[in-house]
Write a protein that binds this ligand. Structure first.
Ligand SMILES: [Ca+2]
Ligand SMILES: [Ca+2]
Length: 242
């Protein structure tokens, strides 16, 4: 009698476990694997779905939250973060029974320096307006920037910026321009510095050789023209008298 009771209790436990499993679905720990857990903004990182459920049918990768910005729909994802910070990547996989499995992973991205391209030495004329132009890139394609030109004669100016937005795998590209008038001839050590919103700065120096302004040719006056004309007439008269 006691054994029969124990057996019955065992059946009840097994039935309860089976009922629980049927109610909550299969326990499955979907995972995300990444080749880097940290890196720089703009650096491509490979993410991959792991420990998949049987018969996975769809993949949705989101950025930040679920459902957030959809950034992929394949088992693997190559992604670059446009700014520094801790970014959360989420994955949702659905199987043939429309059961969803969700996983997430955090990625630390550090700020990357902008890079100003080399600027060749320039020539200019004192008293004339000289145009300056420099280009730069920043892997952080969500960053904002400021530019500062130093002309080497004690003057400087904020550069006007035009920016081409980047994206995953493409850095932000920008152009900084300015104009300046040198008051005197000389050789000046100039520079362009570009700074991103995290304070990372790239600087390129170059030389501006400033010469004398060209001496303007004076316009002939009406008196000079008249004297010239009279001289010509006098020469003709002399020739006729001979
Ligand atoms: Ca940044
Ligand atoms: Ca940056």
């Amino acid at each position: 009698m006691r054994r029969a009771g124990q057996r019955l209790a065992g059946y009840i436990v097994v039935a309860a476990v089976l009922a629980f499993c049927l109610a909550v679905g299969p326990a499955h720990a979907l995972l995300i694997r990444a080749n880097y857990s940290e890196g720089f903004e703009g650096q491509l990182t490979a993410f991959e779905a792991a420990d998949l459920p049987p018969d996975p049918q769809s993949y949705e990768w989101y950025l930040g939250q679920f459902p957030g910005l959809l950034i992929g729909s394949a088992p693997a994802l190559n992604y670059a973060f446009g700014d520094d910070g801790t970014w959360r990547v989420l994955l949702r996989v659905a199987d043939t029974n429309a059961t969803s499995y969700i996983a997430s992973i955090d990625h630390d991205a550090y700020n990357a320096w902008p890079v100003v391209a080399s600027i060749g030495d320039m020539t200019a004329q004192a008293g004339a307006t000289t145009a300056f132009e420099g280009v730069f890139e920043d892997p952080g394609w969500l960053d904002t920037h400021t530019a500062n030109w130093v002309f080497g004669d004690g003057n400087s100016a904020s550069g006007a910026l035009s920016v081409t937005p980047g994206g995953v795998g493409t850095p932000l590209r920008g152009t900084a321009t300015a104009t300046h008038v040198y008051a005197a001839p000389g050789t000046y050590a100039a520079s362009l510095a570009v700074r991103d919103d995290e304070g990372a700065t790239s600087t390129k120096t170059f030389t501006v050789n400033v010469g004398n302004a060209a001496t303007p040719v004076p316009e002939p006056t009406s008196i000079a023209l008249l004297a010239c004309a009279m001289g010509g007439v006098g020469a003709m008269l002399k020739r006729r008298r001979r």
